[in-house]
Design a protein around this ligand. Sequence first.
Ligand SMILES: [Zn+2]
Length: 390
Amino acid sequence: MFGKRIQVFKLFGFTVYIDLSWIIIAVLITWTLAAGFFPYYYQGFSVTEYWIMGIVGAIGLFFSIIFHEMSHSLVSREFGLDIRGITLFVFGGVSEMNEEPDDSRTEFFMAVAGPLSSIVLGLVFYGVYRMGIQAGLPGQANAVLNYLAVINFVLAVFNLVPAYPLDGGRVLRSALWKWKGNLRWATRIATRIGAGFGLGLILLGVLNIISGNFIGGMWWVLIGLFLRSASQTSYTQLLMQRALSGEPVRRFMKKDPVTVSPAMPLDQMIHDYFYKYHYKMFPVQDASGNLEGCITLDRIKEVPREEWDRKRVEDIVSQCSEKNTVDPSMDAMKVMARMNREGVSRLLVTDRGHLEGIVTLRDLFAFISMKLDLEGEEGVRNIPPESWGR
Ligand SMILES: [Zn+2]
């Protein structure tokens, strides 16, 4: 789900990231505010002033979204869920959960925390705005404060629409889940409403564009597209999760993986292994079968080309880390989550330092596809590649 992202800062032990897509969005928001919103509602300022207001407004929106996501994360952590960080992603943010909530009650409280926090923040901005008017703050500052109050109320209301994966959709899912005790059914209903709502937003956007409101229409189309794909992906992910969880990775591993010997010259390694198999990592094993470490493409890249014929694998082998190894008893769903997080498609299965086999994303998907094909419901015969992670 995540493309390239950059770390911004840490807060309360959560790392905040920005997805690169968000930078484009930030520019669009600034432009929308500076060229559209502020000149329309607050006349009489200069172009430069509008741009400064736009930039300050966009930064305020950025912090409002972080505040919203941070509230989700803090409540999740209260309930004992493991949250790695927060990524600001296209529209709004995503708290990265390693596990789904275990029960409907947890999901309910996690979901409502976001909109509630936005309402509180909106009230704070509104209060400061009223005081600003009283204190005679310049009109530009008041306009930005007013915008931030309104946008936080908009964030709260929009997120409360019962369209999964919006917060309101999560609330709906938790209620349906509580009612029938069936998470899969609850998710199917909530994500269908999500996809339908997304389609509605796209149509609304197109109507707006046709009638001349290009900027507003563009936003509706963007948000609708994002919501539609997110809701469809959420349902597929749940099915995948259901198919895999409880299965130890031992079941999916291939024994006797391709290994390389420590004494092999680097250029031979590159030509006979990297260029032949196109894997990004190989286990290094000595003659008596001990795992010496791992050799990765990234490590090779650090060696200048003219040294390829002089160096050997053992010169650049690195310790196999948690990033590329798993235990045979580990849950296959957790293994897939780790592949997604580390951006790798192959992991070594090791038992107390001994190489047992290798597990690949391809094998996990082959299993899920088959299981859904035999036991799944109509409409989910194939898993779309975009929900595969990497
Ligand atoms: Zn939220």
